[in-house]
Design a protein around this ligand. Structure first.
Ligand code: F6R
Length: 606
């Protein structure tokens, strides 16, 4: 999604704006731009594609202003061209925007009717023209923005600077997050604290509906009604070193390799290892009384939720409903008051997941979120928040956040099982011991990484790839297919192994690799039968398993052997081969692994 930065500085800001934008690259974008104010005059540079194109523009024609805004655009309205890139400008005002202005069509017609000339296809440009109209009517910038905000519908974040006003920037937040940073005689603005980490760790977050008038001396925040409000100033934990890939070629590789460590951190947050007990923060409900559990999330986070459904049903005998948030939010599902609703989100800003959360609050559910960004909107709006301790995830494809989500969900399922009388103390200790071994098992998988480079060769030639899994391995098949398609652009689908003969088997021939996730659990023999059906049709099987040589009983193209672990923790362990298969195939194909085309890291629009 789009990234916003702004600086009221004491020296030229264009280079620093681009540096801050680099720290937002992980969100996904397809064009970028900066505008600064020099001797009272607004000027901008924009470029299609990556930030180095913008840097080239700036080196040909530098901007010297000490006041500036910058933007990485993830196209929604209009193609990712230079013309449509932000900042959008008139002589009086320059605007960057994240989100969608839903009523932009009627506003554009209204403004065009009054003689405004539009240069772009974007929804954002209406904001520049609306503010300009207000300024021309004699209002000062603060009143002009207030009047404009009242006309805008949708979810958005804005940063605005004004011709002739060197010590002024106005920011507004309605739905999309914004962080304001405090420096020595300087002020900063960013879509998140990560962007601002090299400048300051002193941050204030705008609340939904807030808008802030920022000068070098500080800021004045007002709410939707224009009333002055105070927002706490806090120390951010975002680190200035975040954009470092270490020795890895991609952030995704670094994040895959961080998993043993971040799973350990996350586990340590929820487990008393010495006592062999799960320890959760105080939750405003008792698992024993819950009529049911509703889980809602998007993409990979939804697959973490699907794994959890198997855990909660098996270990806590709790009825679980799970749906992707974009469907759940409009289904008008009847929910008995007093139920528990869980929301899983790395960013904590995903628009559909947030809407599902708000629906569940209206339906009198206890809401708990599992998020990686503690200050996020989903975290703040839920009754309780359980953080994953994955650290910032920069690669667009989720890896370490997924396994940390699974770690938290596993602890929650154990706690639920215990409270509901289905998990004894000794079982709890056994399950925790199993979780404690996960980082070690993952490290041993990572030591064997070279073999995924070999496997990537046949996979990279495939047009279609199928993933099969049964029981708790089914969500892993879905995750494997998602990971492969999003970063390698090879068409891939995940199926429940038992569903194969109800349709997908028609696709099988000698050109289609079939990746089978088959731990040697109670369903292994069933999955083997499905594999044999594939083999009988010349399908090329890649078996991911801890079973011994020959146990599959049919010819396979390749076997990825993983350590034998407790069945409870298999989803965490099998997640890693699935990530490595996708990663190495994509690397071989030469795609942009960390920022795959068309994708955004934080999906703040529906
Ligand atoms: C896939 C991926 C996405 C996200 C989804 C939800 O690799 O990363 O499918 O899982 O967009 O995002 P969050 O977790 O931020 O709500």
């Amino acid at each position: 999604m789009c990234g916003i930065v702004g600086i009221l500085g004491t020296e030229p800001v264009a280079t620093r704006l681009v540096d801050a934008l680099k720290r937002l690259e992980y969100r996904g974008y397809d064009s970028a731009g900066v505008a600064t104010l020099e001797a009272g005059r607004l000027d901008r540079r924009r470029a299609e594609g990556k930030l180095q194109n913008l840097e080239a523009r700036l080196s040909d024609a530098p901007l010297q202003g000490h006041t500036g805004i910058g933007h990485t655009r993830w196209a929604t309205h209009g193609a990712p061209t230079e013309t449509n890139a932000h900042p959008h400008m008139t002589e009086q005002v320059s605007v960057v925007h994240n989100g969608i202005i839903e009523n932009f069509r009627e506003l554009r017609e209204e403004l065009t009717g009054e003689g405004a000339a539009f240069a772009t296809e974007t929804d954002t440009e209406v904001i520049a023209h609306l503010i300009t109209r207000e300024l021309k009517a004699g209002h000062d910038p603060v009143r002009a923005v207030f009047n404009t905000l009242r006309r805008l519908e949708g979810a958005f974040a804005l940063a605005i600077i004004f011709g002739g006003y060197d010590d002024l920037m106005i920011a507004a937040r309605q739905g999309s997050p914004l962080a304001i940073g405090f420096g020595e005689g300087e002020m900063y603005l960013g879509s998140d604290a990560i962007a601002l980490a090299p400048f300051t760790d002193t941050i204030s977050y705008l609340e939904d509906g807030d808008w802030a008038v920022i000068t070098r001396d500080g800021l004045a925040v007002r709410n939707r009604e224009g009333k002055a409000v105070e927002r706490p100033v806090q120390k951010s934990v975002a680190s200035a070193l975040l954009v470092d890939k270490g020795n890895h070629r991609h952030f995704m590789a670094k994040e895959i390799h961080e998993q043993p460590e971040v799973i350990s951190h996350t586990l340590a947050n929820y487990v008393d290892f010495a006592a062999g007990r799960v320890q959760l923060p105080d939750l405003p409900f008792d698992f024993a009384d819950l009529p049911r559990l509703t889980i809602s999330a998007c993409g990979t986070a939804a697959y973490a939720g699907l794994v959890a459904k198997y855990w909660f049903e098996r270990y806590a005998r709790l009825h679980v409903e799970i749906d992707i948030a974009s469907e759940f939010r409009y289904r008008e599902a009847p929910l008995e008051p007093g139920g528990l609703a869980l929301f899983v989100s790395q960013s904590g800003e995903t628009a559909d997941t947030l809407a599902a959360l708000r629906y569940c609050r209206e339906q009198e559910q206890h809401t708990v979120s599992i998020v990686n960004v503690r200050e996020s909107t989903i975290a703040r709006e839920s009754h309780a928040m359980l953080p994953t301790l994955a650290g910032p995830e920069i690669g667009v494809a989720s890896t370490k956040a997924f396994t940390c989500q699974l770690t938290v969900l596993a602890c929650l399922a154990i706690a639920a099982g215990k409270a509901r009388g289905h998990v004894s103390e000794s079982q709890e200790a056994e399950l925790i011991a199993a979780l404690t071994e996960v980082p070690r098992h993952i490290s041993s998988i990572l030591r064997d990484e070279a073999r995924y480079e070999v496997l990537a060769h046949p996979l990279a030639k495939a047009r279609d790839v199928l993933y099969l899994g049964r029981g708790i391995s089914f969500p892993l098949a879905l995750e494997g297919a998602l990971k492969l398609k999003e970063i390698s652009y090879i068409h891939a689908e995940g199926y429940a192994a038992g569903e194969l003969k109800h349709g997908p088997i028609a696709l099988i021939d000698e050109t289609v690799p079939v990746i089978v996730i088959a731990p040697r659990d109670n369903l292994f023999d069933k999955t083997v039968s499905n594999m044999q059906e594939v083999a009988a049709r010349d399908g090329r099987i890649v078996l991911v398993t801890d079973a011994h040589e020959g146990e599959a009983g049919c010819p396979v193209m390749d076997t990825i052997r993983v350590p034998t672990a407790h069945a409870f923790t298999n989803p965490l362990i099998y997640a890693v081969p699935v990530q490595l298969i996708a990663y190495h195939t994509a690397v071989l194909m030469g795609t942009d692994v960390d920022q795959p085309r068309n994708l955004a890291k934080s999906v703040t629009v529906e």
